[in-house]
Design a protein around this ligand. Structure first.
Ligand code: FES
Length: 378
C-alpha cells in the first residue's frame, strides 16, 4: 500500500474517500449498499435508526455508517454475521414499535392473522398499510428475513390525523426516524415540524402539537416524500391506489418557470400522485404545494367539455369548429383594425408545456405580437 492518507477498506475492497466522507459515502461510491432508514441526503446525519450499523476493525462496538467519518486505514465489514444479527434486531424492534402489520409473521411460525390478533388486542389498527409495497422498513424486513413476533407490538399512542387538506399522519406507523423533520427544517427550511415530548411519548409535532393545517406548514409535502413508512401519506392516494398499480411518467412541472422535475404516478390514465425526482436539477426532488398536490383539476368533473360562446350576456354551447372559427375571425378583425399589439395572450399553468409553447408560437408568429404571458406571473 502506498500513500494511505485517504484509503479505506470496505468488505475487502480498497477505496479512496474524500474529506468529509462518512463510511456510508465511501461504500456507496463503490456500489456497496449499506441499508439506511433515517439517513436523508443533504441533511445532518442523526444516527437515529441504527439500521446502518457496520463493523470497524478495532472498534469497541458497531458504528453507524451514516454518521461515522471515514478515516485512513479503516477496515469495515458491512454484512458480517455480527452486523446482520444487530441489524435484524434493530428491524425487529422497529417493527414492534408501532403498527407495522405488513409482512410480519410470528417467529414461532404463527401466521399473520395471529400477529394481527395480538396487534388488535393491543389496540392497534390492522387495516392494511397504505404504503404496502413502498415502505423502506418493509423492504428491509424482507431483505433480512425478519419476522415480527419476537417483541409484542406497541399499542398506538396517538390517533390518526386526517383533518389536513393533503396529508394524512398516522402516528402508529411512525418510527421516529426524523427524516420528515429534517426534510422540513433542513431541506425546505420551513421549520414547521419538530420532535415533541420525550421517551416513549415522543411524537413529531407541529405548532406545539396541533394539526398541520393549524401550523406554519405550507403543505409542500417534502415530509411525505421523505417518510420511509406509511406514517405520512398523500390524502388523495391513501387506499386509492397501490404503488405497483401506477405507471410513472417523468415531466416538467407547469406551474412556474423554474422547471421542477416531477414524476406523475398514473393509474388507468389518471394522475393519482406526484413526486419530485431526486438527483434531477433544478429541484433535486423538492416540490411546492402546487407542484405536488395541485393536480386534481386534471380529472375534475367540473371541467368544460364543450366550448361556450357568450351572447347577450349569457353562454350558449357551441361546436369546436364554430368556437375556433369565431375566435379566428375576431382576432383577424381586431388585428386589421388596431394592429397586432392590440392583442395579448395569457396562457395557463393548467395546460401542458407543449401547449404553452404552441400558444407563444401562435402569438408571435401568427398574430405578430410579443404580448404573450403566463398565469405564473400574474
Ligand atoms: Fe444510519 Fe439511520 S441510517 S443510523
Amino acid at each position: 500500500m502506498g500513500d494511505t492518507a485517504n484509503l479505506i477498506v470496505i468488505n475487502g475492497t480498497e477505496t479512496t474517500f474524500e474529506p468529509g466522507d462518512t463510511i456510508l459515502d465511501a461504500a456507496r461510491r463503490i456500489g456497496i449498499d449499506i441499508p439506511t432508514l433515517c439517513h436523508l441526503k443533504g441533511a445532518t446525519a442523526t444516527g437515529a435508526c441504527r439500521v446502518c450499523l457496520v463493523e470497524v476493525q478495532g472498534a469497541r462496538s458497531l458504528v453507524a455508517a451514516c454518521a461515522m467519518p471515514a478515516a485512513p486505514r479503516m477496515v469495515v465489514a458491512t454484512e458480517s454475521a455480527k452486523v446482520v444479527t444487530a441489524r435484524r434486531l434493530v428491524i425487529q424492534l422497529l417493527l414492534a414499535s408501532g403498527n407495522h402489520n405488513c409482512l410480519v409473521k410470528g417467529s414461532d411460525g404463527r401466521s399473520f392473522e395471529a400477529y394481527a390478533e395480538r396487534l388488535a388486542r393491543a389496540g392497534g389498527n390492522i387495516e392494511p398499510c397504505p404504503a404496502w409495497g413502498d415502505c423502506r422498513l418493509q423492504e428491509l424486513a424482507w431483505r433480512y428475513e425478519v419476522t415480527g413476533g419476537r417483541f409484542s407490538p406497541t399499542p398506538p399512542r396517538y390517533p390518526l390525523e386526517d383533518v389536513n387538506p393533503f396529508i394524512v399522519r398516522d402516528f402508529s406507523r411512525c418510527i421516529l426516524c426524523g427524516r420528515c423533520v429534517q426534510a422540513c427544517n433542513e431541506v425546505q427550511v420551513n421549520q414547521a415540524i419538530h420532535f415533541g415530548y420525550r421517551g416513549a411519548r415522543s411524537k413529531i409535532i407541529a405548532a406545539g402539537d396541533r394539526p398541520y393545517r393549524e401550523s406554519d406548514c405550507v403543505f409542500c409535502g417534502e415530509c411525505v416524500q421523505a417518510c420511509p413508512t406509511g406514517a405520512l401519506v398523500e390524502k388523495e392516494a391513501r387506499h386509492a391506489v397501490r404503488p405497483w398499480e401506477t405507471r410513472r411518467v417523468r415531466t416538467t412541472c407547469t406551474y412556474c418557470g423554474v422547471g421542477c422535475q416531477t414524476e406523475l404516478h398514473v393509474k388507468e390514465n389518471r394522475v393519482v400522485k406526484v413526486t419530485g425526482v431526486p438527483g434531477a436539477a433544478p429541484n433535486d426532488g423538492r416540490l411546492c404545494v402546487k407542484g405536488r398536490f395541485g393536480f386534481d383539476f386534471i380529472a375534475s368533473p367540473e371541467r368544460l367539455t364543450t366550448p361556450l360562446i357568450r351572447e347577450n350576456g349569457s353562454f350558449r354551447q357551441a361546436s369546436w369548429e364554430e368556437a375556433a372559427g369565431l375566435v379566428a375571425r375576431r382576432l383577424t378583425e381586431i388585428r386589421a383594425a388596431h394592429g397586432p399589439d392590440s392583442i395579448g395572450v395569457l396562457t395557463s399553468a393548467r395546460i401542458t408545456n407543449e401547449e404553452n409553447y404552441i400558444a407563444q408560437k401562435f402569438t408571435r408568429a401568427v398574430v405578430g405580437t410579443n404580448n404573450i404571458d403566463h398565469c405564473a406571473r400574474l
